[in-house]
Ligand binder design. Sequence first.
Ligand SMILES: O=P(O)(O)OC[C@H]1O[C@H](OP(=O)(O)O)[C@H](O)[C@@H]1O
Length: 308
Amino acid sequence: MQQLLDTAEKIRTMEIRGAGRIAEAASAALRDYVLSLKVTNIKDFNKKVDEAANILIQTRPTAVSLPNAVQITKHHYSDDVAGAREEIIRNADVFLKQAGEALDKMGKIGAKRIHDGDVIMTHCNSHAALSVISTAFKQGKDISVIATESRPRRQGLLTIRELNDYGIPTTLIVDSAVRYSMKEVDTVIVGADAITINGALVNKIGTSQLAHAAHEARKNVLSVAETFKFSPNTILGDMIDIEERSADEVIDQEILAEMPNVKVKNPAFDITPAEYIDIIITEVGAFPPQMAYTIIKEHLGWELTNIG
Ligand SMILES: O=P(O)(O)OC[C@H]1O[C@H](OP(=O)(O)O)[C@H](O)[C@@H]1O
């Protein structure tokens, strides 16, 4: 259990971050947990697995990849412990393999949307978006990138380092320079923490103003999202919970304490309506956001049948 708690803590503190990475870490943690679980009764086994699953799911509320990965991993049909354990281990191994392959597939599909000479704007640090950008570059396309800083945690600094290592010409801007810089941009490429049934994109705070500015300037907006980032529960009327993080990510607590009339809001994500997104690149193809229902039914439909 300690190993699983350590992974949960790393996800909560964002030592492990990125919607895809937290899903993979959670799936692996659950697999390793059942490997070490010493119970003989299937009821006890299921109870323990559910408890562990909930610990992982509760670490971060927004990225739906996390509960989806946990559900995919823990779902089994066995009525004995050995069989259930085997199924869960297999589920995790398949999920981790497919998640790795998805990045490559999305890279190849998305790169078709990038042309020689394109200037791409990206936000935060998305491994999925970077897969598309790096694939296009490796194909020999002459591209450059404008990357936002992504306050308050400045994940943009991770992005520019990775782009630099690929050898891709990159410009770093502060988040408030997005609209000013849009005239130079051909295509906006971002990741996703969740896609809702109405095709809305939930992603790092600031994504919606970037997409709004792109829409105004008639520039393309691509989101790169594995199918496990689509939210089945939004079909059932649930809303995506937007994570509020601590004020000290934004301002020093001591300075804030000097100003009793001031409070800080630090939402980690925002919602971009479907009409500002041209296409969502998944590992099974490029879809308009309006096709979210089909993707959920075909790839995550199991969860709907699970809900009473
Ligand atoms: O799965 P990949 O594409 O890596 O990341 C997807 C999204 O996850 C990140 O969230 P955070 O930094 O964990 O809060 C960003 O919002 C990013 O766009």
